[in-house]
Each structure stands twice: as C-alpha cells, then as structure tokens.
Write a protein that binds this ligand. Structure first.
Ligand code: F0G
Length: 460
C-alpha cells in the first residue's frame, strides 16, 4: 500500500498581522518609473508580496520579542552579549565572538585582518559584499566552485561544492602563502541557494590543513545547508539539523554571519574565530568600525533576539517547513514550464532569465527586466542576480558577464502563506505567457560600488 501523503506545514501559528497595501497597475507603473526600474528603489508601501530578500525580513517569534524586553542597554559587557556568545558556542561551536551590525561588518574586519595586498582569496562563488571587502583590502577573489554551479540545468545535489582541483591549481601557481584563506559559503546564494556536502567540506579541510590555509565560513544560511545534507547525503538521515550545523562549523576556522537570514532577526551579525590571536585583533578593530567588542553596533535587545533566533533556527521542524514552502513555490513554477535553477535551493526560487527571455542580450539586462515586469504585473518584488549584480572588472572596466542571469524570488522566513505563494506563481505564469513581447532595459545611472542597489534604468 502506498503511504498516504503528509504535507509540510508551519510549526507555529499567527498571533499578529501586518496589513499590506494593495496597488493598481497604474500606481505600480508610476512607482516603477520613479524607481528607475530598479526594485531596490521602490518604496515598500508600494509592494504587495515582498520577495526582494530573505535578509532582515523574517518574522520573530514571541520568545524573541519577549527577549527584546530584556535588553541590557549597557555600553559595555551587556548580559545579552554573553547570552549571544553562549548560543554561538553551543550551536555553532566557535570559541570567540565579535558582534557586528550585520554580515558585511564582519566581512570588513576579517578582510582587513587576514588579507594583504596581492593575496588571493579562493571562494565557492562570490557574494557581492564579501568580494568587495576582499578587493578593498587589496586581495583578488578567485572562483573555485564546481563547474556545475554555473549551469542552471545541472541537477548535481551539492552545487555549492568547492572544486579542490581548482584550489590546488591556485596554490601551485601562487604558493600557499599568497592564499589569505578559503572563503567558503554554505548555501551558496549566487548559485541559487545551493548546498555544500559534508564530504566536500571534509576533503577541503584535509587539503587546507596540509597547506596551512584557514577556512573562513560564510555561515549566513548554514542551517538550510544542513537540512539538504540531512535529506541528500548518505549517513545523515538520522542526524538532527542541529548536529549537522555543528559538524559543518567544526570543519572551519572561523565564520562571518549575517544573522538577518538563518538566525531570524531583523538586524545583526557576528564574526566568530577559533584562533585567539586573530580574535584579539578583531576585537580591537571592531572598536574602529562598529562599536565596543561586546556590542559591535547592536543594541542589547538585538543581541538577545539573535541568541534566541539562533536556537530556533536549527530546529528540524522549523527548517523543514521553511524549505518546504520554497519547494512548494518551485514545484508550481516547474509545472508551468518556467525555467528555474534546479535543484530548488534553500532560500528562494531563482528564475533563469536567459531562458525566460532568450531574445534579450545580456547587456539588455534580462533579469533586471523580468524583475520589473513581475512587479508591474502583481506588485510582487523580486531581485536581479545577474550582470547588474556582478558589476565591472576593476582593471578593465568591462562588465563581468556571469553565466547565471537570474531573478531571485527570495522567501522571508515565517512571513507569507501558501496562498501568497499561489499568487506569486500565477503572476510569474502571466508574465511567462507574454514573454516574447517583453523588451529590455538600458542603464541610465551607474554608481561606483555595488551598482545593483542604486542603478537606474529605462525601457529600450
Ligand atoms: N553573505 C551572504 C551569503 C549573503 O547573502 C549576505 C547578504 C551577506 C554575506 C552580507 O550580509 O547583508 O548582513 O551585510 N545577503 C543579502 C541578500 C543582502 O539579499 O542576499 P549583510
């Protein structure tokens, strides 16, 4: 007999709601022109379902809100800092903690401490802010992710894996001393939220130990990665997400964290390090850029919410429902024939804009165009992750032309319902049906740093 179907469902119920503003097509047209066809520049009041990012957009639990009320707003040595430090030691296993206002604050500090001008920083695909801090410190990022990651159609179960052959080539070419560290992200954002396997991490650990190279872990979405290991990797089915998370961290030397994702807070991050000497340097430098080493740009209440959020984020029920919702949307789009990155990733659905709008050249910004069209259709806000995000090569001034030209439908944690996901799928389908009539964009304003945030466009 076939086992009857059991649906995923949320391990919580809703206690408070936020009313959202419904807009007409005319209102959206006006808003989009004003925003220069860049979804980052829309006012959120003009957005119906906000899938711009999963960063800082999660719903906190009643326990987290209660924790906010216990904020110890002392300048130094706040009790909440020690709660946060204890949570990081317990759930992630790192020894020393420097809080920062968010992920890029930690990236700035680690880059300044560990990168010398001329160094190479190999990583499993770049992330925008991470790479920029590496470059500002005088380093050069080198992509060592496996080739499958750049192919939206490859069904490799661990498209986030590092290619150790590519790392070895860099070491042979430049010498291990020139490698500042390996920048290893779990749930690789720009690849579509694709996980790294434990097997790959173990091999990377063995290689880096042999060559005395450290691994700095971008652990922004580590729990989502752990869930994929649990369901896809042999030997992990009976381990908890909590155990897998800790095992992942144990194979690295330190981490930068944007707690605005996995850890379920609206603001916060940290740098974690096992090496006491590096920690001493970091806890001194944080004073320059963020704040004293026991608050790092955060209020006591923010650190308390983060400590509680970390404990909630590694619960199996939570993460199963979180990824269950992302997969629910992804399967609907696949059934409609919409080209998306497969396997479905952890934090969102990534539409392949090259295949969605094959008649547009990459210099006509297909993903930017599609994000604008989706907003026009239904007030659903998404984000470009293609040529605009990739930016320009600082030596040649040319655009980087990434293989992946994606629109990210990022799902905030614990925020939207299944009916919201249905509305999103219907809107994507509507735009898909009239895709041949869609024209591209041209860029009319380009800022110097991280241009995707503030660039402006006009229809061709
Ligand atoms: N690393 C990864 C993998 C990220 O996704 C982000 C942020 C950061 C670092 C930087 O952290 O924003 O707290 O300073 N990603 C957001 C996003 C912005 O929408 O994907 P931050």
């Amino acid at each position: 007999m076939k086992t009857p179907k059991r649906s995923w469902a949320e391990p919580y119920k809703i206690k408070m709601v936020e009313l959202v503003h419904m807009t007409s097509r005319e209102e959206r047209e006006k808003a989009l022109v004003k925003a220069g066809y860049n979804t980052f520049l829309l006012h959120s009041k003009d957005v119906y379902i906000d899938l711009l990012t999963d960063s800082g957009t999660s719903a906190m639990s009643d326990r987290q809100w209660a924790g906010m009320m216990t904020g110890d707003e002392a300048y130094a040595g706040s009790e909440n800092f020690y709660h946060l430090e204890a949570a990081i030691r317990k759930y992630y296993g790192y020894k020393h903690v420097v809080p920062t206002h968010q992920g890029r604050g930690a990236e700035n500090i680690i880059s300044k401490i560990m990168i010398k001008p001329g160094d190479i920083i190999p990583g499993n695909m770049y992330f925008t802010t991470t790479r920029l801090h590496q470059e500002l410190a005088g380093g050069t990022f080198a992509d060592i992710i496996i080739d499958e990651a750049h192919d939206s159609l490859s069904e490799h179960p661990f498209k986030g894996n590092a290619d150790i052959g590519k790392l070895d080539k860099l070491v042979k070419e430049h010498g291990a001393k020139k490698i500042a560290y390996v920048s290893l992200a779990t749930s690789v954002n720009m690849a579509g939220g694709q996980p790294v396997s434990m097997q790959n991490l173990r091999e990377l650990r063995a290689y880096t130990l042999k060559h005395k190279i450290k691994i700095i872990h971008d652990m922004t979405r580590v729990a989502e990665n752990a869930y994929f290991i649990k369901v896809r990797e042999k030997g992990y089915q009976n381990k908890s997400v909590q155990e897998i998370v800790k095992e992942i961290c144990s194979l690295t030397d330190g981490a930068t964290m944007s707690a605005k994702k996995d850890a379920l807070v609206n603001i916060g991050g940290f740098l974690a390090l096992n090496d006491k000497r590096l920690y001493d340097e970091a806890s001194n430098l944080v004073v320059v850029y963020e704040g004293l080493h026991t608050y790092g740009g955060l209020a006591g209440r923010d650190m308390e919410a983060m400590a509680i959020g970390i404990s909630e984020s590694v619960q199996d029920d939570h993460i199963r429902a979180r990824i269950g919702q992302v997969e629910y949307l992804g399967h609907q789009l696949l059934a409609m024939g919409v080209p998306i990155v497969i396997p479905i990733g952890g934090h969102g659905i990534f539409i392949d804009a090259k295949r969605f709008l094959p008649h547009l050249k990459q210099t006509q910004f297909p993903a930017q165009t599609l994000a604008a069209e989706l907003y026009l259709d239904s007030g659903v806000r998404t984000m470009e992750r293609g040529i605009v995000s990739a930016g320009r090569n600082k030596e040649t001034g040319e655009h980087y032309f990434p293989e992946l030209e994606l629109v990210r439908l990022t799902i905030p944690r614990r925020v939207y319902t299944q009916a919201h996901m249905d509305v999103v799928a219907e809107s994507v389908n509507e735009v898909f049906l009239r895709r041949k009539k869609i024209k591209g964009l041209k860029m009319t304003f380009e800022p110097q740093y991280l241009r995707f945030f503030q660039a402006k466009f006009m229809p061709l």
